[in-house]
Ligand binder design. Structure first.
Ligand code: UT7
Length: 324
């Protein structure tokens, strides 16, 4: 039917940063953060925990679960926007660390929707190149791109990585379909500068720093509407009723966004996997980390219909259906 997920893995940095720790950095409170976002704590990368290193650890766990050797992997796609280098790609560093010698490797940047976009590319690749095996990884160290003086953003994000090993199978299992969208006209509601794209000797514009900037309220509104629309588009296309969904794994950004989405969709809240309280918003890491936790906690059984959805900077958003 499509690309089947053979194994999942995740890796979170050691260091925890609680809301109480944040009270010492900016003018905020545990009560404000918890009530506005549902986040209690998040993980922050330290030495040896670059995006590629977290991604590699997650990939090793996914390979072990799938019982697949690294040198059997044909393609590695990494979703990230916080690699320690712009070039080579994070995926090439993962390929080196794993010793996945025959794999070709590249990155995808679709912000928080990166994993879903990468998963779709991987699924399409496997439908053509049947018999191959791939790794799809979402990994971020957004703490390195966070302005720790900006209370509007620094309370939201955390670091972490998740991975999945996939293979095409002629069975009832696998990725059913995706509905993915982007709207670049809304770029300035959530963005992060990279190194200046003009030579500073020629262009003297001030460098605003490489930090995340966000219009939180606007992002909130779009996130709910866009994820709802993507899910409805997908369910309509696939003739699936929301009651048929066994588990929903949404991008873990804010508990209030998720509650609103759940109410609008009319899905039972017991069917929605939540871990935002533990890790905050790990961007492209969020869905594969939650997928791995749900998988290891036994929330998914063979034949279940899984619905995944995401929203992020770009704007980018989408939804994917998977028959487990
Ligand atoms: O993957 C997508 C990534 N982005 C998101 O998911 C972000 C989506 N947006 C949100 O999650 C919410 O908009 C936030 C959590 C960022 C903010 O919550 P809000 O309910 O939209 O608050 P607000 O921005 O409307 O701010 C309300 C008040 C303001 O004070 P005044 O103007 O009412 O006096 C803020 O200055 O809360 C203040 N505030 C804070 N207070 C304590 C803003 N940040 C903080 C803070 N601690 N950290």
């Amino acid at each position: 039917m499509g690309a089947v997920i053979l194994g999942t893995g995740s890796c979170l940095p050691q260091k925890e940063l609680s809301n109480q720790d944040l009270e010492k950095l900016v003018e905020t409170s545990d009560e404000w953060i918890l009530s506005r976002t549902g986040i209690s704590t998040r993980r922050i990368s330290g030495k040896g925990e670059e995006a590629f290193q977290l991604g590699t650890s997650a990939a090793k766990k996914a390979l072990a679960m799938a019982n697949v050797m690294a040198d059997d992997i044909d393609l590695i796609i990494v979703a990230t926007m916080s690699s320690h280098m712009s070039m080579p790609s994070c995926a090439c560093f993962v390929q080196k660390e794993l010793g996945a010698t025959k794999a070709f490797a590249y990155d995808v940047n679709a912000a928080c929707s990166g994993f879903l976009f990468a998963l779709d590319s991987g699924d399409k690749y496997l439908r053509v190149e049947k018999g191959k095996k791939i790794l799809v990884i979402g990994t971020e160290t957004l703490s390195s791109r966070t302005n720790w003086k900006d209370r509007n953003t620094c309370i939201l994000f955390g670091d972490g990585a998740g991975a999945a090993v996939l293979e095409y199978q002629e069975s009832e299992q696998g990725i059913v379909a995706s509905s993915l969208f982007s709207d670049g006209t809304l770029w300035n509601l959530l963005y992060m500068h990279s190194a200046p794209s003009c030579n500073p000797d020629l262009e003297q514009a001030g460098n605003p720093g490489n930090y995340i900037l966000m219009e939180g309220r606007e992002v909130f509104k779009y996130a709910v509407k866009a994820m709802e629309a993507a899910i409805n588009d997908l369910l309509l296309k696939e003739h699936v009723n929301i009651e048929a969904i066994d588990l929903m794994i949404p991008h873990q950004a804010n508990i209030r966004i998720l509650k609103k989405l759940v109410t609008r969709l009319g899905i039972k809240k017991e069917k929605v996997f939540i871990n935002v309280h533990k890790y905050g918003n790990t961007s492209a890491g969020s869905i594969p980390i939650a997928l791995d936790e749900a998988n290891r906690e036994g929330c998914l059984k063979r034949g279940d219909l899984l619905l995944v959805c995401s929203f992020g900077g770009g704007f980018t958003w989408g939804a994917t259906l998977v028959r487990w």
